[in-house]
Design a protein. Sequence first.
Length: 276
Amino acid sequence: MRDSNNKLRAKSVAALITSSILFGVPLLSTGCGSSPGTFMPDQSTRAESVEASRSQSYLAPGLYSVFDDKSRSVKSARIAPLHEQDLLALINVLRQTGGELSFGLIGESSDRPLLRLRIPVPPTRPAMREAQNPFERAEQDSAFQEELKKYETKHQRWEAEVNQRINAFMEAVRPRLQEPAKDKVTDVFSALARAELFLNEPGVVWPAETHRYIILNSDGIDTAKLKPVEIKSGARLLLINGSSSMGTLASLHPLRFESKQAALDFIAATELGRNE
C-alpha cells in the first residue's frame, strides 16, 4: 500500500512540475517582457496618465468678466492699472479649464462691446486602465497607445487654435490697457450690468457648470448715479484697490484684495487647486 501511495505522490509532483513549465513560464514572459516594437507603459507612465485624467475631470470651465477703472479717482485709491501679464495669468487658468474671458473699461461708453476670448475645454488625456490578467493588460496597453496618439493629434490642433485666439485677443485688448485714466465719471454699475449680461448667457456650450467671476480693478465708487445692479449670475465679485474702499458696492459683499497678484493667486488656487 505504501508503494502505491508513493507512486501516486510522485505522479502528482511530476504533473505539477509539467503544468508549471507549460503555463507558468508563458505567463511570466507575458507579464514582464514584450515583443520587439511593442511599447509596454511602465508604472510611472500609467500613474501619470491616471493622475492627469483625474485632475482634469475635477476642473470646471470658468467665466471671467474683468473691468479696469480708467477714471481719475484711481490715483487717490492707489489702484495699479491692469497689464497684459495680468490677463495672461487668467488665460493660463483658462487653458487648463476652458471657459471665456471678457474685458472692458470702467468709464468707457456702455455701447462699446466687451473684448472676449473663448477657449474650448482642452481634450481629455486617455486614462490607463489596470487589468489583473496579464493577457488583458497587454491588449489594454496596445489600445491605450492608439488612444494616446489620437489625443496628442487632437491636442495639437486645440493648441494651435487656442494660440491664434489668444494672439488676436491680446492685439485687440492692448490699446485699451494703454488708455490713460482720465474719465470724469466712474460708471461702476454700468460695468456690473454688462458683466451680468455676459455671465447670464446660455451655458450649453460648456460640458459642465461654469464657475463665474466679476473682477473690478476699481475703488468701487459709482459717480454716474445709476440704479444699483443685483448680481443674479451667482458670480463671485472681486474688488481690487489699495485704499480698502468698497465704495457703493458694500451691499454686494465683494471679496476684497489689496493687489492684483493676490486676486490672481486666489483664482488660480481656487480653480486649479494650487498657486500658478
